[in-house]
Write a protein that binds this ligand. Sequence first.
Ligand code: SF4
Ligand code: SF4
Ligand code: SF4
Length: 433
Amino acid sequence: MKKFMEFKALASKDIYPFPITSDLEKLGKWIVYLPLIRYATIVDKDVVVELQNAICGRPYGKTPIVEDILSHMEDEKKKIYYTSSDETGLLNMMILPNNKCNFHCSYCYSAYGRSGKEISYDKLSSAIDYFFDISRAANQRLTISVLGGGEPLLSWDLLKRALNHAFELGVKRKTKIPVSLVTNGSLIPENMLEYCKENDISVSVSFDILEDIQREQRGSYELVKDNINRISDYGLDVALNTVITNSNVDRMKEMILHMDNEMPLVKKVSFKSLISNSYFSDMQAREDYYRKFVDHFFEAKDLAQKKGIYLVCPYWNAVICLADRYCPGKFVVTAEGTISICHCVSSEKDLLYDKFIYGRISEGHVDIDREKLQAILAFNQNKFDSCQTCPCRWHCAGGCYTDNCTMSEIEKETYCVSMRYFLEKFLLKYVIQ
Ligand code: SF4
Ligand code: SF4
Ligand code: SF4
């Protein structure tokens, strides 16, 4: 992975040139991108070479465009989110209360770990005590996400009790704790709607939107759609999480229209791209899928904007902010009473379990293996040589830790190409005037 090494000197000043590939009329041209000030422009390759000369202190052609780009280096910098390399940087607590589910989705990441376990209240409240301790991450905004592992609402009574405990600790920290809940939408336990409204809990429902796709990949289309409407009719903030597979990658606009017609109060949706190696027959299939995902996403985004729907995807979330590491790392409380760095790995049966678990809850204590945690957090900080010269360096910032532990180098490079392709389309559409 030796991308853009010839312009290493420019990258060292956070100027990232890269060739245009997505627009036939602009083929042969380059984008020069300064992410820290969110400036980009289209130039000929000669200009990139002159810029490099200027940066290296060599004689260069002082054309207006070269001078203009150089002058932008003095512009005010945007905010960069710097991650921490120890436990004080763990700001999001993910609660995976159980490893049981009433669905059998075709792409379930936790299918390996279906042990049927549920965490005890004592262990969960100890984890909450540790996470919200007044002396830990003082003055930081701490949040809770509840998700699976399994279907969290199968453990509703336990969750309510634990959240009440967290809210009490929030009062001691003099802060309100934002909570989000991800569910498969098949259950609405008694009092859930009232409780979520009372405590401002936002709900995300994993739902594949189109009837045939939901039936093929998840099941219970009518039940889940009706529940989504019940939740939004009740006045709760509800979003959809939709997995995009080869079956629906070219139906994104249809999904937005269907959502608008059938769930008119829902105004947020996230399209998740697939990464699992087992899903792609070969590298070409992976490449084709990523490219289609990006192309169709931008078309669907236009339509969503017209319908007042906020559509995002992992690439989008990466390009709209600046960070030194893609994932700050999570404090994931698993059903087994351990602490994992990522919600994708929560059960002893998961292949990466030993690598990802950095803490255990026992006898009212959380024991953190600090050395292991620091090693995990350090691993992903723009770790690849190619990140140093990559235009996505401050967006993708090394990529997802779990992907990096599971993908081969060539698979990773396929992802990197798609990440840059997304950034290119984003800059051409939204940044370059
Ligand atoms: S609802 Fe979630 S946890 Fe349950 S099978 Fe589907 S993806 Fe897996
Ligand atoms: S991991 Fe991200 S930042 Fe690094 S080379 Fe790939 S796309 Fe670029
Ligand atoms: S490691 Fe990847 S999947 Fe896990 S929380 Fe971080 S970004 Fe998400």
